[in-house]
Design a protein around this ligand. Structure first.
Ligand code: NDP
Length: 451
């Protein structure tokens, strides 16, 4: 059976590739299992060198990978280049890890006690279509650094850069079987990885609904699980904020990647006294967004990923929706949706409560710090969020009070290679990136030596 990969900007078939099923998953798991003993035995310095070689090879291919990702995921080429840069940086960052996976020595009676961080074995990595190769690197790089072997399942909508990665890893000198890619449906290939007795851990990024099923499925074999799930993050603008800066930054924080971003600050909470001024500034910024061909260097926002996503996003903007600002989008083929701001909204409205995963923001007015923080926390999600204020003490109070894993003050950026990323509440469990990710790809072993 083959899989037709669609280009979202044209809705045309971009490539036909073989579609993997459960048998291919089993073969990939067997290959990863066979490769594990030798891979974990590679000396720390040599494993570090191989990860640096992989980063170098990815960097050499950066422009090709960026163009492939831009076309397949429908993202602006400038964004795609930035993402490929992050992929390279992520492998470089974790290349330093094999030589720094330190244990502890613990004072005990009658001997010496020490701990080791041991690799888990074969890890199954299931990634979504919104940031295909970037999210794969957040998982692959620490997993490889810690000595695990991998079966990576990209989303069926965007498998092309992951398949390239499998080839590039071999070119860079990684042994056969260390990094395996299976491109097939989640309901078959993803499910098989979750059930497979030889898979020690599943790391997943995607919807909260599928994540819930993965957590339940993993329980049968007591697999370790990392889940990076949905979000409905708040961008809280207090009356004492630098309003121009907050309004100028707000659109890219929700319309970046056409809103298909788990970190999207899709609930913009504005303190009532500055609501009108903020909306005027926001309108200017939203109307200036250039939506169009992902391969055009001037493009800032591309199409949605699929016809299905277009239909879902549209359902949040019915005829009678309170559309305050509507940007532009191309007509014709492709899955286009204009940047849209709904205002004023209540936090209980469907568009304010559910993750839309498209270029639709809601603006919710609030009165005072307490109410602003209460509304921000009134969601099942807890991934990221922003606070805009010139009052430093308020910024710190808000940062501590918000129930989210990642917070930015006077900024909307929340993802860095060197810092931990992940969610509170139903946005997930575990952390990726930074020093914390390694914990999720190792188990601690305690050794006592009687003296
Ligand atoms: P999914 O959660 O369905 O997909 C994410 C990944 O999981 C894909 O690789 C998918 O495979 C796989 N998968 C699907 N079903 C299973 C299963 N039963 N067992 C194991 N793996 C599975 O996201 P969707 O693509 O359906 O997007 C729907 C919504 O999810 C979006 O609108 C958005 O709200 C949210 N989402 C959130 C993301 C995030 O970054 N937090 C990323 C993507 C989506 P395949 O697609 O090949 O079938």
């Amino acid at each position: 059976m083959s899989l037709s990969v669609i280009e979202p900007a044209t809705a045309a078939v971009m490539e036909e590739i073989p579609r993997a099923g459960a048998e291919e998953v089993d073969a990939a798991v067997a290959a990863a299992k066979a490769a594990f003993p030798a891979w974990r035995a590679v000396s720390p310095a040599d494993r570090a060198a191989l990860l640096r070689a992989l980063a170098d090879e990815l960097e050499r291919r950066l422009e090709d990978l960026a163009r492939l990702e831009a076309r397949n995921a429908g993202k602006p080429i400038g964004d795609a280049r930035g993402e490929m840069g992050m992929v390279v940086d992520t492998y470089r960052y974790y290349a330093a890890a094999p030589e720094r996976l330190l244990g502890q020595t613990i004072p005990v009676a009658g001997g010496v006690d020490m701990t080791f961080r041991e690799p888990l074995g074969v890890v199954g990595l299931i990634v979504p279509w919104n940031f295909p190769l970037v999210i794969a690197s957040w998982k692959c790089a620490p997993a490889l650094a810690a000595g695990n072997t991998i079966v990576l399942k990209p989303a069926e909508l965007t498998p092309l850069t992951a398949l390239e990665l499998e080839r590039i890893a071999l070119d860079a000198g990684l042994p056969e079987g260390v990094l395996n890619v299976v491109a097939g449906p989640g309901s078959v290939c993803g499910k098989r990885l979750v059930e497979h007795p030889d898979v020690a851990k599943v790391a997943f990024t995607g919807s909260t609904e599928v994540g819930r099923g993965i957590a339940a499925g993993a329980a049968n074999t007591i697999k370790r699980v990392t889940l990076e799930l949905g979000g409905k993050s708040a961008n809280i603008v207090f009356a004492d904020a630098d309003l121009a800066a907050a309004a100028a930054a707000a659109p890219s924080a929700v319309f970046g990647n056409a809103g298909q971003d788990c970190c999207a600050r899709s609930r913009i909470l504005v303190e009532r006294p500055v609501m009108d001024d903020f909306m005027a500034e926001l309108e200017r910024a939203v109307l200036a967004i250039r939506v169009g061909d992902p391969l055009d260097e001037a493009t800032e926002m591309g199409p949605l990923i699929s016809a299905g996503q277009l239909e879902t996003v549209g359902s949040y903007v019915p005829e009678d929706a309170p559309v305050a600002i509507r940007g532009s989008a191309p007509e014709g083929d492709g899955f286009w949706f204009p940047p849209t701001v709904l205002a004023p909204m209540s936090n209980d409205d469907r568009a304010a409560a559910e993750e839309i995963f498209g270029p639709v923001a809601v603006v919710i007015p609030f009165d005072g710090e307490e109410e602003g923080l209460r509304i921000a926390n009134d969601t099942i999600y807890g991934l990221s969020g922003s606070v805009w204020t010139e009052n430093g003490a308020r910024a710190m109070r808000a940062a501590r009070a918000l129930e989210t894993g990642v917070i930015s003050i006077n900024s909307n950026s929340s993802v860095r290679v060197t810092t931990p990323f992940g969610g509170f509440k139903q946005s997930g469990v575990g952390r990726e990136l930074g020093p914390d990710a390694l914990e999720h790809y190792t188990d601690v072993k305690n050794v006592f030596v009687a003296t």
